[in-house]
Write a protein that binds this ligand. Structure first.
Ligand SMILES: C[S@@+](CC[C@H](N)C(=O)[O-])C[C@H]1O[C@@H](n2cnc3c(N)ncnc32)[C@H](O)[C@@H]1O
Length: 253
């Protein structure tokens, strides 16, 4: 009896030590990752530039660069920005479409921004916070907010929080891409455009083929501000052709 008690105590003690050790190892791993993140941020010129130009994050420069090449955002356009938090793409979209009316001589645009996280207000943009865009209910709410207006440009920088399991993460972003494509097909004007983020892989050519049914041209973009070690790329689908028959709920999401 005593022997059993001692053995189980020792066993419990060992278990506790093992748990403590795992906790410590995890803390060290996290510390290393956050140190790596900190030093990468310090060395990154776009982080500094974002502070200077008052953008909420460095991603602004990805959109600015892609827009310089493609000119998809101009004054007067209606834009929907999916996965918009913290809001730097929205800041760029507002500036480029004149949604804040900063230039009274140019037409005033409209920008609607959606994220499942909170986005602090941005003058000139309509913000839809805490909205999970993977539900068709969210799509219906955005369509209602548009009040019958068709959209010139759908932007999507949506990305799931990484689980670390590569294949799973890829499937999740692909799901978000098809959500964005489906939504864009419902709301976009004829000849409108769609720009969205993907993670590179064998699925990208299939995505391109699917898009060719609805858009006149498809282009893959990798702006300089997108880190070279990142597998992220952007697909620009230009010239929406319209859909022959309405997409059903559940089709592509
Ligand atoms: C890379 S960040 C976007 C950065 C943003 N373009 C900017 O410039 O500030 C990706 C965003 O996608 C959002 N996101 C991911 N899944 C989403 C979903 N199902 N519905 C809405 N937003 C989502 C995340 O919350 C995150 O804020």
């Amino acid at each position: 009896m005593i022997k059993t008690m001692i053995t189980s105590r020792l066993f419990a003690q060992e278990n506790l030590n093992f748990t403590r050790m795992c906790f410590l190892v995890n803390c060290l791993k996290r510390l290393k990752t956050s140190q790596q993140w900190l030093s990468r941020q310090k060395a990154d010129p776009y982080v500094e530039k974002a502070k200077i130009y008052n953008y909420r994050c460095r991603s602004a420069f990805k959109l600015l660069e892609m827009n310089d090449k493609t000119n998809i955002l101009v004054p007067g356009l209606t834009v929907v920005d999916l996965g918009a938090a913290p809001g730097s793409w929205t800041q760029v979209a507002v500036q480029k479409t004149n949604a804040d009316g900063a230039d009274p001589k140019k037409p005033k645009g409209t920008v609607i921004s959606i994220d499942k996280l909170q986005i602090f207000p941005i003058e000139g943009a309509t913000i839809m916070n805490n909205m999970d865009f993977s539900t068709t209910d969210a799509h219906d709410k955005v369509i209602a907010a548009l009040g019958g207006t068709k959209v010139d440009v759908v932007l999507s920088d949506m990305a799931p929080s990484a689980t670390g399991v590569r294949e799973l993460d890829k499937d999740r972003i692909l799901g978000l891409c098809y959500m964005a494509i489906r939504f864009a097909a419902l709301v976009t004007k004829i000849d409108g455009n769609l720009l969205f983020k993907v993670w590179d892989g064998k699925e990208v050519p299939i995505l391109e083929m699917d898009l060719e049914r609805f858009y006149k041209s498809i282009k893959i973009l990798k702006p300089k501000a997108s880190r070279s070690e990142s597998s992220e790329k952007f697909i620009l689908a230009k010239g929406f052709k319209g859909v022959q028959r309405p997409l059903q709920h559940g089709q592509w999401g």
